[in-house]
Ligand binder design. Structure first.
Ligand SMILES: Cc1cc2nc3c(=O)[nH]c(=O)nc-3n(C[C@H](O)[C@H](O)[C@H](O)COP(=O)(O)OP(=O)(O)OC[C@H]3O[C@@H](n4cnc5c(N)ncnc54)[C@H](O)[C@@H]3O)c2cc1C
Length: 297
């Protein structure tokens, strides 16, 4: 897009409720030319504006492999998102972007990918998940671990349950507690899922992989594993500990940092962390980068 500050008009095509305060917005630019020009990478975000209210940064939840419609999964949190939740299908909003670095696809390609999500942290990771499944030959093993407090808080439930039946991904879903009595997957915090997989970051052998051939033919000698995690701060703490125990080098763990942002293009300094800008150097950083940021440690 030529002017990075300029929001372009977009229409809300469909609103899909996920839970009381979280909705998936399917959005399409009004201008066909902008629609064609808009290209994003998994992990990037857009600045969403509700006319007369303001702007907020929101991750793109859809994969670039499914172009045309942009999906944003949004929690009602304050001024802009409250106003967005008052809008209906066919109403107009403003969008500018995409911004940020996105996940390090070039580094991950040819390797195993472990995605660990907690709560609404699934929103940015969903783009990476579908990107990797739509480009399945570019990746070795793909594992998804996703946990929420209760079944009702699990986002994208139908599509994630459908992954349980695919043999090109190991999908593990869990809830802290089942308050419905109908939950069919795991119960326990997301880190408990590591015990089911027997993951070793450097040996490429994931015990229990359903598609493993009789002679262990899937074992790959050159691939290593990259982890992408996103969730509440408490989850990061325990998942990072598990990943280190499994032998993950800190530069193969990718995590998202959320900071209050205004410009989105590295000019206003609102989102700076030490000498880095979350909007342009991030929002995706390696654990190694984060450990070396003075403000975060
Ligand atoms: C890169 C990035 C990606 C994101 N992706 C998503 C996403 O996919 N989905 C999603 O739902 N959210 C996402 N967020 C979070 C979202 O941008 C924030 O929740 C945003 O603040 C919502 O804007 P708002 O105007 O609705 O809320 P605000 O009015 O900004 O309020 C949000 C919260 O911040 C508090 N607050 C307000 N002003 C300040 C201040 N000056 N200092 C400290 N706290 C303050 C409020 O009390 C409230 O609790 C993302 C954030 C970033 C940085």
């Amino acid at each position: 897009m030529c002017n990075p500050y300029m929001p372009y008009l977009a229409k809300i095509i469909r609103i899909i409720p996920q839970m009381d305060d979280v909705r998936l917005f399917q959005i399409r630019f009004e201008d066909e030319k902008i629609r064609d020009e808009f290209k994003h990478r998994p992990g990037q975000f857009v600045m969403v504006s509700v006319l007369g209210t303001g702007e907020a940064p929101i991750s793109i939840s859809s994969s670039p492999t499914r172009s045309g419609i942009i999906e944003l999964c949004i929690r009602k949190a304050g001024k802009v998102t409250d106003a967005l939740f008052r809008l209906k299908e066919n109403d107009a909003i403003g969008l500018r972007g995409p911004y940020g670095n996105g996940y390090f696809l070039e580094r991950i390609k040819g390797n195993n990918l472990l995605i660990v999500a907690g709560g609404i942290g699934m929103a940015p990771l969903r783009s990476l998940l579908w990107y990797s499944l739509d480009n399945r030959d570019d990746f070795h093993d793909i594992i998804l671990m996703y946990g929420t407090k209760t079944p009702n808080e699990m986002l994208f439930k139908d599509e994630l349950f459908s992954l349980l039946y695919r043999n090109d991904i190991r999908c593990l879903l869990t809830v802290d507690r089942d308050d419905t009595g109908t939950w069919k997957a795991n119960v326990g915090v997301v880190t408990k899922l590591f015990d089911l997989v027997g993951l070793d970051a450097n040996t490429q052998r994931h015990e229990g992989r359903e598609t493993q051939g009789k002679n262990n033919s899937f074992v790959n000698t050159s691939a290593t594993t990259y982890a992408a995690i996103c969730g509440p701060p408490i989850m990061y703490q325990f998942v990072l500990q598990k990943l280190i125990e499994c032998g993950f080098p800190k530069d193969r763990i990718m995590m998202s940092l959320e900071r209050r942002m205004q410009c989105g293009i590295g000019k206003c300094l609102h989102c700076s962390v030490g000498y880095k800008y979350t909007c342009t150097d991030g929002p995706i950083f390696t654990y190694w980068d984060v450990m070396n940021m003075q403000e975060v440690v």
